[in-house]
Design a protein around this ligand. Structure first.
Ligand code: LLP
Length: 436
């Protein structure tokens, strides 16, 4: 999927730009995002839904995976909507020009200010719980009594899937969504509050999922709830099956293709609707990782080396848990290459360490690499999802720049933080400033 090649200098090129040149121009570490790969994934989702579903469809890019102006704009230009989960993500998507009717606002504890921004921007609000439902009805009545607010209801579907515990969301004790047993009350409340225009039902069961069955089951479960809503005279036309399709971080990972995943979901929804004699709803999904994950690599510069005889060799790079917190958080595994020695034979097993003051700041255990020198470029593949978006300034390390590459040109989409940026919100109380 990644438009990567190796040039005559034995250096990795992404989107026609050689990684060495990019580091010289933009500094290290660097997120390198391949535009063609992002656009291809957007189109694969869009086209597969059109192919396998005769009703209307919409794919939302789950921007929590990586939210910034350029990526929201790319998703929108491919005809995708955008899923946001905070006022900040919503603001960014609006600034990027994503149309309000394609913006969906999630979250299990939206603040009043966030709800207000959502009402004013006319996006669709995915309501998570009873307090939010009541608060929203109240707020909308007070601040824009003449305009209905489009909402969806998020349901906890009770579907189990095999992924890391922190990122499973569909099981019944999840913090997200309405307990399905309370739906009668929810639908009754909505039908008594015409300021709320309930257009659909939503569920999300987790992330980095390799099985196809859970999402098929989810499609069928959501159709059941659609039937229930009809009993309350609510004309709900949209079903959103969430995101969650896994990607291939290493050779051992074997997720379904986008096409196969979409086919499974569409068939399940069509079958369930046929069985219940319901018209086909508009079908939505909101993938994040599978759109942005494979499209990015992080390039680091190799620095110090520590050899512990008979134990292990550490190779340290100039980034780590601040630009990629996934290994320390989820024990995630990635594929490394040495970008300026692409065809050098693999000769050693090393542990790639980050530069942070924390023993657990290890990017990769037991990586198979060629011999390297300080100054060589280590590239970690598949870092587009939940790296930049979860990055921090731990140890006051400035966050890296991100460049978008295509046809041999690179453009900055996020600039590198400076030391001045790091202290921009610091305040030094007068009494702490020395007087002498
Ligand atoms: N929709 C909802 C409501 C979600 O909560 C999520 C992800 C998605 C869509 C997109 O799921 P995806 O297609 O990206 O799997 N930080 C974790 C992942 C957290 C996922 C949170 N929700 C990680 O780095 O693995």
């Amino acid at each position: 999927p990644l438009t990567a090649t190796v040039n005559s200098q034995d250096c990795l090129e992404i989107g026609g730009c050689d990684v060495q040149g990019l580091i010289e121009e933009f500094g290290s570490p660097l997120y390198i995002l391949d535009e063609v790969t992002v656009r291809t994934a957007c189109r694969q989702y869009r086209d597969a839904f059109a192919r396998y579903y005769s009703g209307d469809t919409l794919v939302l890019y789950a921007s929590k995976a990586w939210n910034c102006l350029a990526i929201c704009a790319i998703a929108a230009s491919e005809g995708l909507g955008v899923d946001v989960v905070s006022g900040g993500e919503l603001y960014t998507a609006l600034e990027a020009g994503v149309p309000a009717d394609k913006l969906y606002f999630h979250g299990n504890n939206k603040s009043i200010a966030e709800l207000q921004l959502a009402i004013e921007s006319h996006c669709t609000i995915v309501v998570d719980n009873q307090l939010e439902l009541e608060t929203l009805a109240d707020l909308a009545q007070k601040t824009s009594p003449d305009t209905q607010v489009r909402i969806m209801i998020r349901i906890t579907p009770g579907i189990e899937c095999h992924t890391h515990d922190y990122i499973r969301t569909g099981h019944l004790d999840s913090k997200f969504g309405f307990d399905p047993h309370t739906l009668d009350n929810v639908f009754a409340f909505i039908s008594q509050n015409p300021i709320l225009d309930c257009i659909g039902l939503h569920a999300h069961i987790g992330s980095q999922i390799f099985e196809s069955q859970p999402h098929k089951d989810l499609g069928a479960v959501l159709v059941d709830y659609l039937q229930k809503a009809a009993q309350f005279n609510l004309s709900i036309q949209e079903l959103n099956v969430g995101g969650g399709l896994g990607i291939r971080y290493t050779e051992d990972d074997d997720p379904p293709t986008i096409d196969a995943w979409v086919k499974g979901v569409c068939e399940a929804v069509v079958n369930a609707c046929n069985q219940q004699q319901l018209p086909l709803p508009r079908l939505l999904s909101e993938p994040g990782r599978s759109i942005i994950g494979p499209a990015c690599v992080t390039a680091y510069t190799i620095g110090s080396r520590k050899e512990i005889p008979q134990t292990r060799t550490y190779l340290a790079v100039d980034g780590g848990m601040s630009d990629n917190p996934r290994p320390i958080t989820y024990q995630s595994v990635y594929r490394p290459v040495v970008a300026n020695r692409m065809s050098a034979p693999i000769t050693e097993t090393v542990t790639i360490a980050g530069k942070h003051c924390e023993s657990g700041d290890i990017l990769l255990k037991d990586a198979q690499l060629p011999e390297t020198q300080p100054g060589d470029l280590l590239v970690i593949m598949g870092t587009g999802a939940y790296n930049y978006s979860m990055a921090s300034n731990y140890n006051r390390v400035p966050r890296p720049a991100a460049v978008l590459v295509k046809d041999g040109t690179a453009e900055l989409i996020v600039q590198r933080e400076t030391y001045q940026d790091l202290i921009r919100f610091d305040h030094l109380p007068k009494r702490l400033v020395s007087q002498d």
